[in-house]
Design a protein around this ligand. Structure first.
Ligand SMILES: *Cc1c(COP(=O)(O)O)cnc(C)c1O
Length: 434
């Protein structure tokens, strides 16, 4: 480009990275063409933030730890870029379920999203790809695409509790694959993988020599009868970068405190990746010292019954929503085993007036003021996601409204079913054949 001077008109462009960075959920939800029904109170079952309604709050020990941190001079000074030793040691102690972890294996980050960014950018170059689950949390796309890192999707199986379609996973791997992302427990599916299933995934990674990025921000978020196992605890050779943080389990998403843990039994990351991570930390100079300083207290002082209480609350919400939505015409909820979400299939053939599930969701929003996330936000059409952390009476009300909406719009296809029925028997008949 020619040099510019006073005669040239102003033109300032955004960088390629900026132009090519997208957040699918925000783009779709913020561009909805409809407004909620002014006569009904809005219920956003769309917000993946357990603190949004104020019914779930962190324990006072945690708040006090940060109040104390404000008074400490060390919480104001610059820190080391990978996080303070005491805070990293506290994360290492907290994470022993993941296998042997030392303070050296821990990098503190600004939320789990930043840990994921470190993991992706340390492993993948322009032109390489990372494999992510579909449906899956979409931040990977937001983080990678602008950098010229390709996202490839492997499928999850809705009828097998959202387990990984192992064949589809292995097929996606090519010479340019830099990492496989595994989200367990899952957002948006609520699935929790068994040891055996995690070993199957590890076997594929091992045979193909691809490292794993384990997004375990929902570690320990499991319902009774299910067990969470850290991927890293099972790996014999596959190097793993595990990402987690305070956000979900400690109910403080706004505090932006997360971490990345390096699991590398065979020293595969020793050659470059460990150093690369340290280099990348130099870009942001570490996450907030205010929370780092409080981290040892936060991670050690919260009584177990607090976490148990949150889990059993979410489980009872899941049961409530499952039972209520199972009755709805044209819907098929899939019972989660953990995390804080539920996916619901919308049998679009029963709603011929809507072109796709986004239209279904828009109409439900404008008639019933209930907002769910359309499956296409997770590249998974014909489904919607709801959050389970909303207050019980609100969830109940939302499910009732969803039922009303479905009853009003579901069309029973005589031809397909071969019988004529009232909407009541539609439900019954459909459940049998589905
Ligand atoms: C919420 C969430 C994150 C991001 O967590 P932050 O700590 O807020 O950055 C990452 N991964 C998954 C699967 C999530 O649901």
């Amino acid at each position: 480009m020619a040099r510019r001077g006073p005669e040239t008109p102003w033109e300032v462009r955004a960088s390629t990275l900026a132009r090519n960075t997208n957040n699918l959920i925000r783009n779709i939800i913020e561009n909805l063409k409809v407004k909620p029904n002014p006569e009904k109170k809005l219920i956003p079952l769309s917000l993946g933030d357990p603190t949004a309604f104020g019914n779930l709050a962190p324990p006072d020990e945690l708040l006090q730890a940060v109040r104390d941190s404000i008074d400490a001079n060390e919480s104001r000074t610059y820190g080391v870029t990978n996080g303070q030793l005491e805070a990293r040691q506290a994360v290492a102690d907290y994470s022993i379920h993941q296998g042997r972890v030392t303070a050296d294996d821990v990098i503190l980050s600004s939320g789990c999203a930043h840990a994921l960014e470190l993991a992706i950018t340390v492993l993948a170059d322009v032109g390489q790809n990372i494999l992510v689950p579909r449906p899956g949390y979409m931040i990977y796309m937001t983080l990678a695409e602008g950098l010229g890192i390709e996202i490839k999707y492997y499928d999850l199986l809705p009828n097998q509790k959202w387990q990984v379609d192992l064949e589809s996973l292995e097929k996606q791997i090519d010479t340019k694959t830099a990492a496989i992302v595994v989200i367990n427990p899952s957002n948006p599916c609520g699935s929790v993988y068994s040891k055996q299933h995690l070993l199957q995934i590890l076997d594929i990674a091992s045979r193909n020599r691809v490292p794993i990025i384990a997004d375990e921000i929902y570690e320990y978020f499991v319902f009774s009868g299910h067990e969470y196992t850290a991927m890293s605890a099972l790996s014999k050779d596959v190097p793993i970068l595990t990402c987690s943080g305070l956000t979900k389990r400690f109910l403080v998403p706004g505090w932006r405190m997360g971490w990345l843990i390096i699991h590398d039994r065979n020293n595969i990351f020793e050659k470059e990746v460990r150093k690369g991570l340290r280099n990348l930390c130099g870009r942001l100079l570490g996450p907030t010292k205010l929370i780092q300083h409080a981290l040892p207290t936060i991670l050690k002082s919260i009584p177990q019954h607090f976490f148990d209480g949150v889990n059993s609350y979410i489980e009872s919400q899941a049961t409530l929503a499952y039972k209520a939505l199972e009755r709805a015409s044209g819907l098929r909820p899939i019972m989660p085993q953990g995390s804080m979400y539920m996916m619901i299939e919308i049998k679009m053939s029963m709603f011929p007036e809507f072109k796709d599930e986004l239209q279904f969701i828009e109409h439900m929003y404008s008639e019933e003021s209930v907002l769910c996330i359309p499956g296409q936000c997770f590249l998974y059409p014909n489904f919607m996601r709801i959050v389970l952390t909303v207050p019980e009476d609100i969830l109940r009300e939302a499910c009732e409204r969803i039922n009303v909406f479905c009853k009003k719009h579901a069309v029973f296809k005589e031809k397909a079913m071969g019988i004529v029925a009232t909407s009541l028997s539609v439900d019954k008949e459909w459940k049998v054949i589905y």
